[in-house]
Design a protein around this ligand. Structure first.
Ligand code: BGC
Length: 743
């Protein structure tokens, strides 16, 4: 809590080069939109010639100059060496828009200011598209905006596993499933870095709760680490080629993640061959020797107690390092390695020759990307009696109900805040789309304030409005904080806080029940970073949509889905349990731990791996999402394709009357194995767009890693020969085709 308040103050101190260059860049805002064409090729590792130049520069540097480069020089920059033409490194949050510079509250005038940016849908909404190409497009647009705003490093994507629905930061993350994360993160990183800036994938590792995040020690099995918590990061580094990575606040097996020998030195740098920069989370370094020796390359955000005049030389990786090197306790080569990594990324992203792309921000193209992601990320959870889509010719009056219908979210949630040029709320989106034909009435329904209970007067107004309308649309769910300074007062999806439970806050259960009673033709739209307890009303409501925090065009996308201009195609990237008590972190493991340690005794049984293996029915399963059309699956063939590879082929047909997209999912299960394996695991998927009546043969090749498990006895991945089931379907619990093969 303290940290974040201080971070806000730090942001106000940002009279730094980033802010200045951003102002200068306003003129460039109408520059070209990011496109796959014309991208510079960026080599993961410097060429020999570049490495030689780096070596030469290091030779010319004094020890003081080197040490200056490995710690912050302001809240979001680290030191440069002007005499050698080495610039400061300018970082910025992240992950769904370039953060504002001042930490001021919402600017009601919403003028186009130099630190505005496109507010993209949050990470979990992007993941719900199951469309890696959209990840690439959103990443590209973010990269272009980072360039225009003078940033070198975009502090995102955030990809920690969604282990419990209570984590306040789930909205910034992607999924409970490592395979889905891997596919989405690679696309996003490649998009960002195609613009010549650096992605900073975060928070490495196991930041799966915000409670006690600054000191909690995470204990998990090696198998859980390898099968669940590492693969997303591995893909980000080895496939996505992320230039930088951020160490998490928490501890892992007794040592802080940011300076963790096993995670950083052994796995990241040695096993995966990472050549880029390990950046600490802000204030996550605690020990100079550990940071130096275990692989931290750049220390940011430390010693907030020094505000308002921080002395950056007093950071753990500041003057102390000078003394240690001078006294011979630490070798200069250790410092050189960190400087080399920073310079390598500077050369790679053309910071050294000022050759960076100009970028663009707040462009129509970027807003369109945000809209498209929202259109594909919003999930239709339930659609009984075909209440949706609404028809603007037959629906004359709609009662729009709920405080979230008119709420702005861009500045919510903590460090991921964005000063959005504008933000189309659900209510505004409906007005824009159908306001001329359909009478829209609005009732607030509930009050957003911590501890607020059902308000009989607001509920009565809402029920009255619903009774006089053809359809009621309730927009509710979770909230971010509204204003940076007070976001915790009413925040459920926010940094440094977890949700107290899964119950609907602010008396929304009572509201929904009263509205449905007044008008059974009710649709509930839920905002938020994940599931909420719907059991008190779910069976009585015919239509339910999960809208996450869908970015600045979210209201447009939602209105188009409600009125059928867009056919929904989002799928849940996490299971929605019926009750908090069903969640494996709570049931098998510990959450939030005893204040010192949290033991992940749930092991590999995270999300659907648990629900399906332990036969616990979720309310809405992983991979679930409805469409206004229907899809048929047929003609499955599962054939060997080279050593330990299998080709899975099947046909998907649009059997309904509207064009639409289906995410065809392939799960694998080993029938018998010497170790416990989950009932099913996602190993491939493809999103297919089909006109009515059209079909497509989907061909997916699964590699060896789709069949392996991590053996703790052998300390390696093992493919244990046996029969494997191939489950193909529309969600983890809507399996349409099944085949098997011996390997
Ligand atoms: C957050 C990071 C963020 C950093 C800089 C930290 O509190 O955990 O995600 O990038 O602040 O704002």
């Amino acid at each position: 809590m303290i940290r974040l308040r201080k971070c806000a103050v730090w942001a106000t101190l940002l009279a730094i080069s980033g802010a200045v260059s951003a102002q200068q860049n306003v003129a460039q805002q109408n520059g070209p939109a990011p496109s796959a064409e014309g991208r510079r090729t960026i080599h993961v590792q410097g060429t020999d010639a570049t490495e030689a130049k780096i070596g030469q520069l290091i030779k010319e540097m004094t020890l003081e100059e080197k040490v200056n480069m490995i710690h912050a020089s302001s809240s979001f920059t680290s030191g440069g060496v002007p005499r050698l033409g080495i610039p400061e490194l300018v970082t910025s949050d992240g992950p769904h828009g370039v953060r504002l510079e001042h930490g001021r509250g919402w600017d009601d005038s919403q003028v186009h200011v130099f630190d505005s940016a496109t507010y993209f849908p949050v990470g979990v909404c992007l993941a719900a598209t199951w469309n890696p190409h959209l990840g690439f497009l959103q990443g590209s647009a973010l990269g272009a905006e980072s360039n225009a705003r003078g940033k070198d490093v975009q502090l995102g994507p955030g990809i920690n596993i969604i282990r419990t629905p209570l984590n306040g930061r789930n909205f910034e993350y992607m999924s409970e499933d490592p395979y889905l994360i891997s596919r989405m993160v690679v696309g996003e990183i490649k998009g960002m870095q195609s613009q010549g800036i650096s992605a900073c994938v975060k928070h490495y590792l196991a930041n799966n709760q915000e409670i006690n995040r600054s000191h909690i020690d995470v204990e998990m099995s090696e198998r859980a680490l390898r099968e669940i918590y590492l693969p997303g990061f591995k893909a980000a580094i080895t496939e996505g080629g992320a230039n930088t990575i951020m160490g998490a606040y928490n501890k892992f097996r007794g040592q802080f993640c940011t300076e963790n020998a096993y995670l950083i030195d052994t796995i990241l740098k040695k096993e995966w061959g990472f050549k880029g920069i390990v950046i600490s989370d802000w204030g996550a370094v605690h020990n100079t020797m550990e940071a130096l020796e275990n692989g931290t390359d750049l220390e940011m955000g430390t010693d907030l107690d020094m505000l308002p005049n921080p002395d950056y030389h007093k950071f753990f990786m500041g003057d102390t390092v000078l003394t240690l090197v001078r006294n011979g306790v630490v070798s200069q080569e250790l410092v050189d390695d960190k400087v080399r990594r920073i310079l390598r990324i500077m050369f790679k992203t053309r910071m050294m020759d000022h050759g960076r792309q100009k970028g663009s921000f707040d462009t129509r193209e970027h807003q369109e990307v945000a809209r498209k992601v929202a259109e594909e990320g919003i999930v239709l959870l339930k659609n009984d009696t075909h209440i949706l889509p609404l028809d603007a010719h037959t629906v004359h009056t709609v009662a729009v109900i709920g405080a979230n219908a008119g709420r702005l979210n861009a500045q919510g949630g903590g460090s991921s805040q964005v000063r959005s040029l504008y933000e189309i709320t659900p209510l505004q989106g409906l007005k824009n789309l159908v306001g001329a034909q359909v009478k829209l009435t609005y009732a607030q329904g509930y009050t957003i304030a911590r501890g607020a209970q059902a308000d009989p007067a607001l509920i009565a107004q809402a029920a009255e409005a619903a009774a006089h309308a053809d359809v009621a649309i309730i927009v509710g769910g979770w909230t971010h904080g509204y204003d940076y300074a007070i976001w915790k007062d009413n925040a459920y999806d926010a940094e440094d806080v977890d949700k107290p439970n899964m119950d609907m806050p602010f008396g929304q259960d009572e509201l929904i029940r009263a509205v449905v009673k007044a008008n059974p033709r009710t649709v509930v739209v839920l905002m938020g970073g994940g599931p909420i307890d719907m059991t008190r009303w779910e069976t009585t409501v015919p239509g339910i949509l999960q809208a996450w925090y869908p970015g600045l065009e979210g209201g447009t996308a939602l209105a188009k889905i409600l009125f059928g201009e867009v056919n929904p195609s989002g799928k849940l990237p996490m299971s929605f349990p019926r009750k908090l008590e069903d969640v494996p972190a709570q049931k098998l493991g510990e959450y939030p731990g005893d204040g010192t340690t949290v033991r992940y005794n749930d092991g590999i049984y995270v999300g659907y791996r648990y629900y399906d293996t332990y036969k616990v029915a979720p309310l809405f399963p992983f991979g679930h999402g409805l469409s206004y059309t229907t899809f048929g699956y047929s003609d499955l063939s599962v054939v060997p394709a080279g050593k330990d590879q299998v080709t899975v082929r099947f046909t998907v047909r649009n059997t309904g009357k509207r064009a639409g997209s289906e995410v065809a999912q392939v799960y694998v299960h080993e029938e018998k194995c010497s170790v416990d394996r989950p009932e099913k695991e996602l190993k491939s998927f493809e999103k297919v767009y089909l006109e009515p009546g059209a079909s497509k043969v989907v061909t997916l090749t699964l590699n060896k890693d789709a069949f392996q498990y991590y053996s703790e006895a052998k300390h390696k991945w093992v493919l244990e020969p046996g029969r494997f089931d191939f489950l193909v379907g529309s969600s983890s619990r809507d399996i349409r085709l099944q085949g098997n093969l011996g390997l």
